[in-house]
Design a protein around this ligand. Structure first.
Ligand SMILES: [Fe+2]
Length: 329
């Protein structure tokens, strides 16, 4: 078991990182996320995120502003074009699932927003109110999923590219003239993105199987039947329990996942009970494939090695045309 302790504010408040899943997930204790992170704390969390892919922080009764400050320490916060926010701050996604507002479109395996040319680096999700039973989030390590493929298949898919599209969110648009115009706006803004099927993690240098059933619609250069068969095989990797970790939420728990190397699935077994979550999303890089990766592109890999790393919740997307549509008009 990989675990380490890092002193940051003296022994009383030392960060402890305890691995809790075989292929991903660690619990982080000895830190108060209401406070700004010291440089040492930031370094420890960033390295642990790459190594363990999913970090869980318990007993963090933080405000929305503190959640944004925590996420913002790791990079620019991005705005999800289709997820609900609080109307004031578009970077803060608020899921308020209850009888009148059932969760939709998240009980499918996915990495967040891979329809973007630069999908998010990571996502931070905080539980505000959760059902007594149910409402877990499943996670899967796509580095473990890649490692689990045969050498032959690993070799075959290395260098292939896949097309990602925001297709599932198109169902949120009606057939009204206004909605058709809005959908066209988003189709222009987010044309299908082409990403490598095998992604090289920009920090760890590890290979990641980077296709997901929510947004990946085809393998580039293959006919529909070939593409469908291959994607079925690759999507199945995320279903293998050995590569997964099931996270049970309690209020004031935060999950912080590396969106470059994981997928997740919000288990929709609690409706019509209430489940209230807040999320921020951190901007990422354009994914690098095996063919194009070179040692220089794997920035900070040396640093990660030096610290010993080798490396939801529910969305309830509703149409949020909001500010960016207004800006475009
Ligand atoms: Fe998600």
């Amino acid at each position: 078991m990989k675990s380490k302790n890092k002193g940051t504010r003296g022994s009383k408040d030392a960060i402890a990182v305890k691995q809790v899943g075989a292929n991903l997930a660690a619990e982080v204790s000895g830190i108060d996320l209401r406070q700004p992170l010291s440089d040492a704390e930031f370094d420890a969390i960033e390295a642990s995120l790459v190594e363990h892919e999913l970090l869980v922080f318990h007993d963090q009764g933080i405000s929305s502003e503190q959640l944004k400050a925590f996420g913002g320490r790791f990079g620019e916060l991005t705005v999800h074009p289709f997820a609900p926010n609080d109307g004031k701050d578009h970077a803060l996604i608020k899921f308020e699932n209850k009888e009148e507002n059932p969760p939709v479109l998240t009980d499918v395996w996915h990495s967040d927003e891979t329809f973007r040319l630069e999908p998010p680096m990571a996502t931070v999700l905080c539980a505000k109110e959760v059902p007594e039973v149910g409402g877990d989030t499943m996670f899967v390590s796509m580095t473990a999923a890649y490692d689990g493929l045969s050498d032959r298949l690993q070799s075959f898919i290395s260098g292939l590219e896949a097309i990602h599209d925001f297709k599932p969110f198109k169902t949120l648009f009606s057939d009204s003239a206004e909605d058709r115009e809005n959908l066209q706006f988003f189709e222009r803004k987010y044309p299908p993105a082409v990403h490598p099927v095998v992604r090289v993690h920009p920090v760890s240098g590890r290979k990641v199987l980077f296709v997901n059933p929510q947004f990946t619609i085809a393998i580039k250069g293959m006919d529909e039947r070939e593409s469908g068969s291959l994607l079925d095989t690759l999507f199945h990797q995320a279903l293998i329990p050995e590569y997964q970790f099931r996270h049970h939420w309690i209020a004031d728990t935060i999950a912080f996942w590396d969106n470059r190397s994981t997928q997740h699935y919000a288990v929709h077994d609690y409706y019509p009970k209430r489940r209230i979550m807040e999320r921020v999303t951190i901007k990422g890089d354009k994914p690098i494939g095996v063919e194009t990766a070179d040692p220089a592109s794997v920035h900070r890999a040396k640093y990660v090695a030096a610290v010993g790393a080798d490396p939801h919740g529910g969305h309830g997307p509703t149409r949020q045309h909001g500010r960016e549509l207004e800006q475009a008009k």
